[in-house]
Design a protein around this ligand. Sequence first.
Ligand SMILES: O=C(O)[C@H](O)[C@@H](O)[C@H](O)[C@H](O)COP(=O)(O)O
Length: 236
Amino acid sequence: MVISILDSKEDVILSLCNLIESTASESIEKNGVFNVAVSGGSLVSFLASGLPQIKSDFRKWKIFFCDERLVPVDNADNTFGQYKKQLVDTKEINLTEAQFVTAKQNTSGEEAAKDYEDQIKKFVPGTPLPQFDMLLLGMGPDGHTCSLFPGHTLLDEISKLVASISDSPKPPPNRITLTFPIINNARVCAFAICGQDKADIIKRIHIDEEDLPAARVKPVGKVYWILDKAAGKYLV
Ligand SMILES: O=C(O)[C@H](O)[C@@H](O)[C@H](O)[C@H](O)COP(=O)(O)O
């Protein structure tokens, strides 16, 4: 585990995107592709501002979602819709919609989760489980990550790689999410966390060692916590 506490949000974005650049470069050199899964929330704007500054063959990226809200793509709550608006449509980097693996629309949560798991198994190599090159994660003030919330039964899901949730405490309620077996099979996991409102939960995880969902991200590879000093104030 590597924890970095940086002066500003801009420094967090720079550090995160430098890590993405190096991880993508290794993956593309080794396998010809970079299989990365992204989260929603503030990460979307972090990547929208940081990715145009890095050097990468974006055509070799295949982008999945750590979780996705089951609402129409044109709904502001849809994570793919936000990446399309902030990262694809701006044409600042050479990325197309087709490079995103999106959640099935107009179906049940269970069916969307099953379909997404099938897509991951189709595109992401690895035995016995698909292995993502990188997961880009956020964390809520309650310690959730992806759509894995404190106290939820999904925290103990071990057979499904993608599960549906219909009672997300963070709206909207209906989502699909990666589960810990596939999260913790990743080569690299990176959290980018900024702001005073995350300081308490960071302390609860890294000092008090509470068993919160984000604390359970312990991949076979490396995990990076990239914080600004507001979020990391209790760690310095
Ligand atoms: O789609 C989502 O809601 C995200 O995947 C979620 O897990 C997010 O990463 C956290 O809620 C942190 O969001 P913020 O960074 O916006 O606080």
